[in-house]
Design a protein around this ligand. Structure first.
Ligand SMILES: NC(=O)c1ccc[n+]([C@@H]2O[C@H](COP(=O)([O-])OP(=O)(O)OC[C@H]3O[C@@H](n4cnc5c(N)ncnc54)[C@H](OP(=O)(O)O)[C@@H]3O)[C@@H](O)[C@H]2O)c1
Length: 266
């Protein structure tokens, strides 16, 4: 389709960067966004020279309520049809619930939740008109895990996003649009250092940490197959299965061994 694009949020590092690389490798034109313009421009230059696709950049902070509209207006002004929308941007709050200001909680919910809904709402009408569209939400295995006493809202917002993705699927599948919630486990990216939880990540056994490239490739492939919920890597598929089937009391014990630091021992 003429001037059709894939829009990727949080493309400046980690899973989003690898998704951008894989999508460009597949020949898709891209609009990449995050807060850090310098990183986006560098990535854009690399992808254009490597894969000969068109890559445009738009820097914006998704904690700002006006950002989804600004991203949409940018795409409209350039005449881009976003046929693939990848909602990936995210981070975690390192402080406990009682230490975190309400302002920071609201920003967090906006970046990982409200902005995803707003961006999807803005871009879906053209997908409906064209009877074609793919949406991916980079969620987390935390969506299925029991609540944690640190990062209290991280699991719940990812659960919300999984349910949102399911709702989009149910509502628009028959009109040619699918939505895929990709749920990675621990992934080696900038996420833990950017979120101030690198020490916790360092304590996680190596076999549980997966490379961002692998998550990106498996996630994008699942999106093209129209999977509703997808857990990348065999290890995390097994863990996801256990989370969903093991009695809670057994699961809580096992997860405290497998993921030290995730559950507050205070
Ligand atoms: N790493 C893991 O273990 C893991 C596991 C499960 C799920 N996930 C999910 O995977 C997604 C990607 O995370 P990652 O691991 O790739 O982390 P990352 O390397 O830190 O990348 C996060 C991306 O989000 C962008 N971002 C953060 N805050 C933003 C904001 N306010 N506005 C706009 N963009 C923002 C960052 O760019 P700027 O800093 O330039 O804005 C960056 O491009 C997240 O949704 C995360 O919840 C990660």
């Amino acid at each position: 389709m003429k001037d059709s694009y894939a829009l990727i949020t949080g493309a400046s590092s980690g899973i989003g960067l690898e998704i951008a690389d894989y999508m460009a490798k597949k020949g898709f034109n891209l609009i990449i966004t995050s807060r850090t313009e310098s990183k986006l421009k560098k990535l854009s230059q690399e992808l254009v020279s490597k894969y000969k696709v068109k890559v445009d950049v738009f820097s914006s902070d998704l904690a700002d309520s006006s950002s989804p509209n600004k991203i949409f207006e940018f795409c409209e002004s350039k005449g881009y049809f976003v046929e693939i929308l990848i909602n990936n941007a995210g981070y975690a709050i390192p402080t406990s619930f009682e230490e975190t200001s309400m302002e920071d909680e609201e920003k967090f919910i906006r970046v990982l939740g409200i902005s995803v809904i707003a961006i999807t709402k803005l871009f879906i009408p053209k997908m409906i008109k064209n009877k074609h569209g793919k949406i991916m939400i980079v969620s987390s295995v935390a969506a299925f895990a029991p609540p944690s006493s640190i990062q209290v809202l991280y699991g719940p917002i990812k659960t919300f996003m999984n349910r949102f993705s399911e709702g989009i699927n149910l509502s628009y599948n028959y009109r040619g649009i699918t939505s895929t919630a990709v749920c990675p486990g621990y992934t080696v990216t900038n996420f833990h250092s950017a979120s101030g939880v690198q020490e916790e990540m360092d304590r996680v056994p190596e076999f549980l940490k997966k490379p961002a490239k692998r998550i990106a490739i498996e996630g994008v492939d699942a999106m093209f197959k129209g999977k509703k919920v997808y857990i990348p890597t065999k290890t995390w598929k097994v863990i996801g299965f256990l989370i969903n089937t093991t009695p809670k009391v057994v699961f809580d014990f096992l997860s405290s061994i497998l993921a030290p630091g995730r559950y507050d021992k205070k």
